[in-house]
Design a protein around this ligand. Structure first.
Ligand code: PXP
Length: 235
């Protein structure tokens, strides 16, 4: 199973002081050294952590794959077309939220995001959509021609009705895989709750940020990534 490491919170610490450090670019190199299979950053409309400059530098420096999470706005699509990351993950975005709160409602917004997807795909960028574990959302994604979905594990990670949430994630992953989509998952995953998700065979890749960066404060980023890699390789 592949691991994408989300480095937003390296930039969050930097922006706490509007300083130059810690630097997501340096962090990306260490994450790769620890075994990351990809680097993920979320370029938010308010630029609260990651800036365009970070994304540009990361595109040059990352040796694995750069995945940029963004809203399907004209502004963001323009930036993606200029920087050409390997992958864009479309996410919903609300200014007041602390982190992404749920999947994109593709059933409702499919027509609205279609032009953005067409432009990204035409530029050779792989497109994934962050969706809640709901088969209808996955079917709507397939209709839009994207190659991947990232299933939101946020509710599972909250720790209530865990078995039910796991069942939803597993069912959605199976359907996505059956209709030919690459299956990713993420949000709220940590060293304690990741193992049941790892057991879902159809999931090829996890995107994990907060728990890895939090652990890195104590043990260093390279080791924090390596420890997560070890956990997710125990299928
Ligand atoms: N996937 C998506 C689409 C996200 O928005 C985030 C958070 O930025 C993550 C995965 C990673 O979540 P966490 O930081 O909780 O590991």
């Amino acid at each position: 199973m592949r691991l994408g490491v989300n480095l937003d919170h390296i930039a969050t610490v930097r922006e706490a002081r509007k300083a130059k450090e810690p630097d997501p670019v340096q962090a990306a190199l260490l994450a790769e050294l620890g075994g990351a299979d990809g680097i993920t950053v979320h370029l938010r409309g308010d630029r609260r952590h990651i800036k365009e400059r970070d994304v540009k530098l990361l595109k040059d420096v990352v040796k694995t794959r750069l995945n940029v999470e963004m809203a399907a706005t004209d502004e963001m699509v323009e930036i993606a077309l200029e920087i050409l990351p390997h992958q864009v993950t479309l996410v919903p975005e609300r200014r007041e939220e602390i982190t992404t709160e749920g999947g994109l409602d593709v059933v409702l917004q499919g027509e609205f995001i279609k032009p953005a997807i067409s432009k990204l795909l035409a530029a050779g960028i792989e497109v994934s959509i962050f969706v809640d574990p709901d088969p209808d959302q996955v079917r709507a994604c397939a209709k839009l021609g994207v190659g991947a979905v990232e299933i939101n594990t946020g509710k599972y990670a909250e720790g209530e009705r865990v078995d039910q949430e796991l069942e939803h994630i597993s069912k959605t992953a199976k359907l996505a895989s059956k209709i030919g989509l690459k299956v990713l998952a993420g949000h709220g995953l940590n060293y304690r709750n990741v193992t049941p998700i790892v057991k879902i065979e159809e999931i090829e890749e996890l995107n994990i940020g907060h728990s890895i960066v939090a652990r890195a404060v104590y043990v260093g980023l390279e080791r924090a990534v390596r420890e997560m890699k070890e956990l997710i390789n125990r299928r």
